[in-house]
Design a protein around this ligand. Sequence first.
Ligand code: PMP
Length: 359
Amino acid sequence: MDRVFNFSPGPATLPLPVLERAQKELVSCGGHGMSVMEMSHRSKMYMEIIEAAEAELRELMGIPDNYKVLFMGGGATMQFSCVPINLKQNGKADYIVSGSFAKKASQEAAKFLDVNVVASSKDTNFNCIPDLANAKFDPDADYVHITTNNTIYGTRYTKLPEVGDVPLVADASSNILSEPMDVSRFGLLYAGAQKNIGIAGVTIVVIREDLIGRAAENTPVMLDYKTYADSESMYNTPPCYPIYIAKLVFDWLKEMGGVPAIQAINEMKANLLYDYLDNTSFYHATAKKADRSLMNVTFTLPEPAMDALFVKEAAENGLVNLKGHRSVGGIRASIYNAMPMEGVQKLVDFMADFEKRHG
Ligand code: PMP
């Protein structure tokens, strides 16, 4: 077995049992004599897969009955457009800018409605969730948009903003299924699959039913949530294989004990890294303590010039994709659900050794 520990921010490492099952079912799935890639999306055998994927996601996340689950394409980025197009009523929305994806979402929305940036942590290079004490939310806004976990900066909301009756919309791409989320607090949440759900190609949208059907009449059919809601995400050919992989990941997560069980493991993994970072003066954790992400751990070395050496030596030890995002530099270890404790332990051991040799 020559697998490495892959700390990529996404597409990210998958659970080995999922890969092995996909491999086993690659040529002939479920005794059907064909792969999932070759099945008609309207066949009984494929319908069983997509229906099970939705049912398992509903169970794992505790999605209430008055919410629809939509399987869409276009990545989380397409949702930056879909959200304003579909939720526009009064023509204005509040955005909290906690990182560059949040900023991109707000910039895209500004093409369709008036965007009010109620809070931003840009001044501190997004090392925290913005302070909302003085945020002026508009009670007539069509929605408030947040990014629950900021993949590049390694921060997350530990408490959701209070937005009254205004729908809260969340980009949960990098922390969906990593810890329990009270879906009823959201009007809509969306996530690209390539971190905690599976592989790139499908985006999951969980939307409260009353928010569906508001889009203008000339909305392109594939951007309208109603199209997906009315057709069980089968208006056209859905991303069949990514949905199948998502189902395998959901099976795995259920076997692991579900979201509360994976949260406990995620906390142990993150604490192992953060505790180490807090007890050395060689490395510096960049995110504010109270807002630290469980999924993306960001830190710097004494000199930016050491980053490349760290990344190179780590890779020689089977620890790959640790380079921080180009906009912030430093190191980022993405430790999504599928990263085993063993990988994090190996990283911490490597960090201690690196510090010894270069500190
Ligand atoms: N939002 C967040 C929080 C992300 O981390 C990413 C991608 N890493 C995106 C949006 C963009 O996702 P996609 O590439 O699926 O469009």
